[in-house]
Write a protein that binds this ligand. Structure first.
Ligand SMILES: *[C@@H]1O[C@H](CO)[C@@H](O)[C@H](O)[C@H]1NC(C)=O
Ligand SMILES: *[C@@H]1O[C@H](CO)[C@@H](O)[C@H](O)[C@H]1NC(C)=O
Length: 176
C-alpha cells in the first residue's frame, strides 16, 4: 500500500505532463484542386420519405486544376447533386460525378455537405480511381471542400487534402 500510492502519483503526473505537451494536433491541409463545375437544369422529385424535397442538379461539365494534378483537367457530363432538403429545411448536398485528368485518368468523386450561413457550402470529399494508376493515392485522401456559387449555372469548389504530408503551400498557391 505504501509503495502503491507514490507509484500512482508518478503515473498521474506523467500522464498530465504528456497530455500538456502533446495536446490535440490539427492535421495539415494542402490544396488538391480548384474546380468549376457547370450545372444543368434542376428538377425535383418532391417530398420523399427521408425529407421535404429531393432536388436533382445535373453536373454537365467543367474543369479543375491543382498542384498535384497534371494540368487542366475535365469534369465529365456524368453525374449530379441529388441534394436533400431535410425535415428541418436544411439543404444537404449529395453529389456523385466523374472527372478525368488530362492524362486520361478517370476519377469518381462523392461529396456530401452542409450549408454555411454565408452562402458557401462545406463538403467532405471521397475519391475512387484505379489502384494501378498514377492517381492511386487519391483513394486514401480525406477531402474537405468549400463550394460557392458562380451565378446559377456554375459552382466553384476548392478541395483540400487533409493530413497531407510534405505540404508546400507556396507551390500550391503558385499553381493555383
Ligand atoms: C490498370 O489495369 C487496367 C485493367 O487491368 C488496365 O486496362 C490499365 O491499363 C492499367 N493501368 C495502368 C496504368 O497500368
Ligand atoms: C464565374 O462566372 C463568370 C461569368 O460566367 C465567369 O466569367 C468567371 O470566369 C467565373 N469564375 C470562375 C472562377 O469560374
Amino acid at each position: 500500500m505504501h509503495l502503491f500510492i507514490p507509484l500512482l502519483t508518478v503515473v498521474a503526473s506523467f500522464a498530465t505532463s504528456t497530455a500538456a505537451q502533446d495536446g490535440p494536433v490539427p492535421p495539415q491541409m494542402s490544396l488538391l484542386y480548384s474546380m468549376t463545375a457547370l450545372l444543368g437544369d434542376r428538377f425535383s422529385l418532391g417530398p420523399i420519405p427521408t425529407g421535404d424535397e429531393r432536388i436533382v442538379i445535373p453536373i454537365v461539365g467543367g474543369s479543375f486544376h491543382g498542384p498535384k494534378m497534371n494540368g487542366e483537367s475535365t469534369v465529365l457530363s456524368f453525374g449530379a447533386d441529388w441534394r436533400l432538403t431535410d425535415a428541418q429545411g436544411v439543404i444537404r448536398p449529395d453529389a456523385r460525378y466523374n472527372i478525368r485528368t488530362n492524362d486520361g485518368t478517370n476519377i469518381y468523386v462523392r461529396t456530401e455537405g452542409y450549408p454555411l450561413p454565408d452562402g458557401r457550402t462545406m463538403l467532405s470529399g471521397k475519391f475512387e480511381t484505379g489502384s494501378n494508376g498514377t492517381y492511386a493515392w487519391l483513394n486514401d485522401v480525406v477531402g474537405v471542400g468549400v463550394l460557392r456559387r458562380n451565378g446559377t449555372t456554375a459552382v466553384i469548389i476548392e478541395m483540400w487534402h487533409v493530413g497531407a504530408l510534405n505540404v508546400d503551400l507556396s507551390s500550391a498557391r503558385a499553381n493555383y
